[in-house]
Design a binder for this molecule. Structure first.
Ligand code: HEC
Length: 163
């Protein structure tokens, strides 16, 4: 990248920051309008450091993208009023048996998640194998800013037998 000859070092840094953080902005470097508004946009692009995923979690991510993403969204934030978030909820990072039960059985009881109730129903996902449930849960417990230990296929099998 060539050096930007701007009047102030601050401005040069700003251009470099914006260009570095946003690929689409790269071409506008010579024609930048210099508005201060870009300063507030910059931190937004520094979100979601991808976590280090184990092989099981990577497989779980694919399960998530096939079965959960339409409702709970790529960022795990859900859809306001309809589908609850998976980011920062006790249902996700807390008791594993309860979590497995929600995925296998679905849920339509108007769960209260972080102080809000969501009007959609979650369908049962009992068609997923023990390993698929374990992987998708290990994935969501370690995504969207969540950190919790993994779920084993053996535990999914145990919970499934009790349902
Ligand atoms: C059709 C939309 C839909 C799909 C698909 C779906 N969910 Fe849900 N999910 C919901 C709704 C709605 C609730 C709240 C249900 C209630 O209120 O009883 C929920 C609740 C949850 C909860 C407990 C509450 C929370 O937000 O922490 C978890 C965990 C969860 N879902 C995980 C999953 C996983 C994992 C998948 C994919 C295997 C999935 N969901 C697929 C709509 C969906």
């Amino acid at each position: 990248m060539k050096v930007v000859h701007n009047r102030t070092l601050f401005r040069g840094l700003l251009v470099a920051l914006v260009a570095g953080a946003c690929m689409a902005c790269g071409g506008n470097q010579s024609k930048d309008s210099g508005t201060a508004a870009t300063v507030t946009d910059t931190p937004e692009t520094v979100e979601q450091e991808p976590p280090v995923l184990t092989a099981g979690m990577t497989a779980g991510k694919a399960i998530y993208e096939q079965n959960c993403v339409t409702c709970h969204q790529t960022n795990g934030k859900g859809v306001s009023g309809l589908n609850p978030p998976l980011a920062g909820t006790d249902y996700v990072t807390g008791d594993k048996n309860r979590l497995i039960g929600i995925v296998l059985n679905g849920s339509n009881v108007g769960l209260e998640v972080n102080g809000a109730v969501y009007s959609n129903a979650m369908p049962a996902h009992a068609f997923l194998s023990d390993e698929e449930v374990a992987n998708v849960l290990s994935y969501i417990r370690n995504s969207f800013g969540n950190r919790a230990d993994t779920v084993s296929a053996a535990l999914v099998k145990e919970v499934r037998a009790l349902l």
